[in-house]
Design a protein around this ligand. Sequence first.
Ligand code: PEP
Ligand code: MG
Length: 544
Amino acid sequence: MRELRGIGASPGAAAGPVYRLAPPPALPAAPQTVDAAAEKAAVRAAVGAVADELTRRADTASDSTAAEVLRAQVLMVQDETLVDAADTAIDGGADAPHAVTDVLAVHRAAFEAAGGYLAERVSDLDDLRDRLVAACLGLPMPGVPDPGHPYLLVARDLAPADTAGLDPDLVLGLVTAEGGPTSHTAIVARTLGIPAVVRCADILEVADGTLVSLDGATGVVTAGVSAETATDVNAARRAEVERRARSHGPGRTADGHPVALLANIGSVRDLTGEVEGVGLFRTELLYLDRTDPPPYEEQVAAYREVFAALPGRKVVVRTLDAGADKPLPFLNLAVEPNPALGIRGLRVARQSPAVLTTQLAAIAAAAKSADAEVWVMTPMVATAAEAAAFAESCREHGLPTAGVMIEIPAAALRAGHVLRDVDFLSIGTNDLSQYTFAADRMCGDLAELLDPWQPALISLIASCAAAGAAAGKPVGVCGEAAADPHFALVLAGLGVTSLSMAPRSIPAVRESLAAHTLDECRRIAEAALAADTPAAARAAATGR
Ligand code: PEP
Ligand code: MG
């Protein structure tokens, strides 16, 4: 047996034979002469085949985030400039596989140079290249293996096209050599409830078919376990999932202190299982892949669909969180050297106020015709003045409950002032970590700074929760940290009033809260706050 170490990215244990993602096709040697017309036709056929395949995967994707990324990939592959550039390369003597490879290499370099969101899309371009080359060569599309029985999927990293169609009954767990805890792989694994470990470089040395177990909480991966151990691990996991599926009811500590357990969704498709309400409705999905903003009527219909699914329950709608690092063509934003620090979130309204006012009007119209309790919040707020202006705009539109996300340390430091004019705060720990530690949230190499157990992050959350208690206003957490069952105890102990997460994460958090009294949560929170390192904070809370 060999113990390998990675970073736990989606909790739960799983075991089984490992199989690697099908390798990308090898590029054959360049031919001496080419039939230009035939090669151009091959490129067009390959583009059609890849677009069809990605569209099919988007239509059957198990979550809206994956579907959204796949549709963006379809637009990339159908971009006319790609075919035009491939034609030029073929006129210069290249065959179809080399032409698409060369063209995508140019796009790749441009994406990398742009940095930020575009640099993160490089793996999508590599995936397109491999698919196009395979299609040109008449080979099967690279991707997820199908050994005909349950297994653990191993990959260097996973592209959205790989994860979109993952079947949790077949893929028992994921181990990747790269990626980080906020990477696409991790988010999809948590959404699907598949245990996962990322940044486990040594997994690539483990041969296909080897029996491996993984612990998605601790990041420990053990290669060469026995068949009995694998059976036991999976039986325990199944029992745990079944027990949790039976757990229900509102979030409460053992002594009945309420902590609402809410869902993070991108569309009504993401609502599964029992939820007390929605704590984060990400509205970006409506705006992606468009050259014009979504029409008012279309927005009203989309919001109404979600509100209608949650009668009598709370739905917190987040206004558009776009910007130069999540570019939307119709916003016409300039290319920025540091997009994460530029015009994004609420800041977009400085340049395009109508985008925000149309959205608020559409939310208000949809709220009128459904009986969900609609709250509205905005991302990327830095000052109390911005918060006050947003709240005023909401009230002008007839939306009585307005709040802001706490994602920028400046807002966390002045949480009491921010709360003066708004009704609630929702802490986005993904961005709050990024901006507090000056560590790009997608950078796997900085994963330890992005660990929610970092004492500095816990301090900022504590001061927001204290400001909420002083003002008598709710303070929730809607970043990935809320889904950690142990961290949930810290949050409850600090006075956080609601936790919002992927619906599949709710049962484990519900169970964890129900097993501790509020006083125990407070003691755990104090111990975590007093710790000097994430490991010490975690140990103080979990005893390991
Ligand atoms: C966050 O930043 O924690 C958050 C919930 O927002 P998003 O992940 O959509 O940026
Ligand atoms: Mg955010």
